[in-house]
Design a protein around this ligand. Structure first.
Ligand code: ACO
Ligand code: OAA
Length: 381
């Protein structure tokens, strides 16, 4: 029995406010989300992912000169060392790409002579380095595990175009790039979600930014968080036929299965990002011939909302959108990493600027205090 009444324990920290943040605001009542005061939908229409990164880090949208400087820095940091490529070559070809990007980021941290420098300027520079190099690591890992040579990053292509080129050796149609960029903006930041909180916990010990990001990647991997975008696509492939979707979902619920891509800790009446991502996904389906998946998504959503009142989250449209863009399913959560690196690092810098060690209490429910007996005195079984 715990000495703390059960009703006073905040399991999963649900509903607990642990700190302030100026990075983003998730509004449960209105199902809306702002980054530094700007609605994400407006950022998707009027800005791009690089401008969003600048906004998250600096608190303001960049002017032309500020954006040009960030773009130049990002392009300049894209290449990874021969040692890093060699490490990626040695990765187990069956390892999950989230395990390999977690290890790659950790490797980048031990290579960087500025890792221990916690100054705001150095942490910002390291954030730009990770934004630039994580895509290079993900693409190199993808090609090597498929028996191909990595493609060096380009100095002439934008962030998203360069990533597609490093993966597939070509830049797709503008519509595909636009949809990918929208997913990058929408995935970039979401207040104290589990991976960001993990990053802040690590930062609060005054550990370094690479350690915090490595831990955040580990937290994002789980299917209750970022791993859900992969799980959604596995589910849709398992269902296969849109006409079977409603029954499949009802059977899953009857068997107490969690249906991936639905539900959210904060939003209870719909995820603010879903309409924008769904529009982009439907556009992808039009271009790539994915009407089967659209029909299935609609049937799953209608059944889940009608039967359980549980709404889709961002992973629900993002999973099939990435599938239609041609990415292997195990790459979907690493794509989330490519984007969330901006939000994580904005929070890490906010934590560093006003730090207090994060260390909650627990209610003990184990054995009462007792005597240690010697090994000889203890029963054989
Ligand atoms: C980008 C992101 O990270 S978004 C989240 C991505 N994760 C997923 O899509 C995984 C599937 N969803 C879930 O597991 C949950 O909805 C979570 C983890 C996201 C949120 O969990 P919580 O806030 O703890 O809600 P909780 O799990 O208590 O759900 C409340 C009720 O709704 C049910 N429920 C919530 N989500 C789902 C779901 N996806 N499938 C089936 N039932 C669900 C729960 O079983 C619970 O029912 P009960 O009260 O009868 O026990
Ligand atoms: O906020 C959360 O708990 C999960 C989420 O949607 C995100 O991190 O984007």
């Amino acid at each position: 029995m715990s000495e703390v009444p059960a009703e006073e324990i905040k399991y999963g920290l649900a509903g607990v406010v642990t700190d302030t943040t100026a990075v983003s605001k998730v509004m449960q009542e209105t199902n809306s989300l702002t980054y530094r005061g700007y609605a994400v939908q407006d950022l998707c229409k009027k800005a791009d992912f690089m401008q969003t990164a600048y906004l998250l880090w600096h608190g303001e949208l960049p002017n032309k000169a500020q954006l040009a400087e960030l773009v130049e820095q990002e392009i300049g940091f894209r290449a990874i060392s021969d040692d890093a490529i060699e490490v990626i070559r040695r990765f187990n070809k069956n390892a999950h790409p989230m395990d390999t990007i977690r290890t790659a980021v950790s490797f980048l941290g031990q290579e960087d002579p500025t890792t221990a420098d916690e100054s705001p300027e150095s942490n910002l520079e390291k954030s730009i380095k990770m934004l630039a190099r994580i895509p290079t690591c993900i693409a190199a890992d993808y090609r090597i595990r498929n028996g191909k040579e990595p493609i060096a990053p380009s100095k002439d292509l934008g962030f998203s175009e360069n990533f597609f080129n490093m993966c597939f050796g070509e830049v797709p149609a503008k519509e595909v790039i636009d949809c990918f960029d929208i997913s990058m903006i929408l995935y970039a930041e979401h207040s104290f979600n589990a991976s960001t909180f993990a990053a802040r916990v690590i930062t609060s010990t005054t550990s370094d930014i690479y350690s915090a990001v490595t831990g955040a990647i580990g937290a994002l991997k789980g299917p209750l968080h970022g791993g859900a975008n992969e799980a959604v696509m596995h589910m849709m492939i398992e269902i296969d036929d849109p006409a079977k979707a409603a029954q499949w979902l009802r059977d899953a619920l009857a068997n107490k299965r969690k249906v991936m891509g639905f539900g959210h800790r904060v939003y209870k009446n719909g995820d603010s990002r879903v309409p924008t991502m769904t529009e982009a996904y439907y556009k992808m389906a039009e271009i790539k011939g994915g009407q089967k998946w659209v029909e299935m998504s609609k049937n799953l959503e209608k059944t889940m909302v009608d039967d359980k009142g549980i709404y889709p989250n961002l992973d629900f449209p993002a999973g099939p959108a990435y599938y239609l863009m041609g990415f292997d399913i195990p790459m979907f959560t690493p794509l989330f990493v490519m984007s969330r690196i901006t939000g994580w690092t904005a929070h890490i810098m906010e934590q560093v600027a006003d730090n207090k060690l994060i260390r909650p209490l627990s209610a003990y429910v184990g054995e009462e205090q007792r005597q240690v007996t010697s090994l000889d005195e203890r029963p054989a079984h």
